[in-house]
Design a protein around this ligand. Structure first.
Ligand code: BEZ
Length: 209
């Protein structure tokens, strides 16, 4: 069965390019991004891991630990990481899981048999500090993911975890947010300095600090 939002993220132990890890220990109190790609030494995957490496500071700033997974073996991962660093002008510093027996792929439902019997699709999970699934995204093998979108959603998740707000379509960090419908407008005016009421159910305020 596939994992759904709010489900506990399964723990696992794995061999990675950074040594053996226990997933929960690796995450500690941080947020996590666990993402799969179909295979090593493939072009789209090379650009995805490169982009993630180049955005490593952005993930760290948000207290997010990143972990990639494919069903290829460790020696292949090490050779490929050299290529990624060379071609994408980056330093891959996050662990790449060698999931040869497909433990992680099966736990997280990353193999979609009607797309490929053997390879993982482009699955991505954001996991909260409570070890619950906060976001799932699935892309086909032929489409590289947008990692700026992943950061944008993490910004929204971290904001809405703290404040009674939601984020509108195409929201970017720093823009107006939507006040939760459960808060009456009178109370909203006390809680948030500025309230812009478009409809009784559609009220905006500045992004809380
Ligand atoms: C790629 O990463 O380029 C790729 C991997 C598997 C299938 C198609 C493309």
């Amino acid at each position: 069965m596939s994992l759904r939002l709010g489900d506990p993220a399964p723990n696992f132990q794995a061999k990675t390019s950074k040594g053996e890890i226990d997933f929960y220990e690796f995450l500690g109190d941080s947020w996590g991004v666990l993402f799969s790609h179909p295979a090593d030494f493939t072009p789209v995957c090379t650009t995805e891991l490169g982009r993630t490496a180049l955005l490593q500071e952005e993930f760290a700033r948000r207290n997010v630990k990143v972990l990639a997974v494919s069903v290829d073996p460790l020696d292949k991962h090490h050779g490929w990481i050299k290529d990624i660093n060379e071609t994408q002008q980056c330093e891959v510093d996050f662990p790449l899981i060698a999931d040869e027996d497909k433990t992680v792929a099966n736990l997280y439902g990353m193999i979609h048999p009607n797309a490929s019997e053997t390879f993982t699709v482009r699955s991505l999970f954001v996991i909260g500090p409570d070890k619950k699934i906060k976001l799932t995204i699935t892309y086909p093998a032929s489409t590289g993911r947008n990692f700026y979108e992943v950061l944008r959603v993490i910004d929204s998740l971290q904001l809405t975890a703290k404040h009674s707000v939601s984020t509108p379509a195409d929201w970017q960090h720093g823009e107006e947010v939507i006040i939760a419908p459960s808060i009456p407008t009178d109370e909203a005016r006390q809680r948030f300095k500025e309230v812009r009421e478009v409809k009784p159910y559609l009220r905006y305020t500045n992004q809380p600090a």
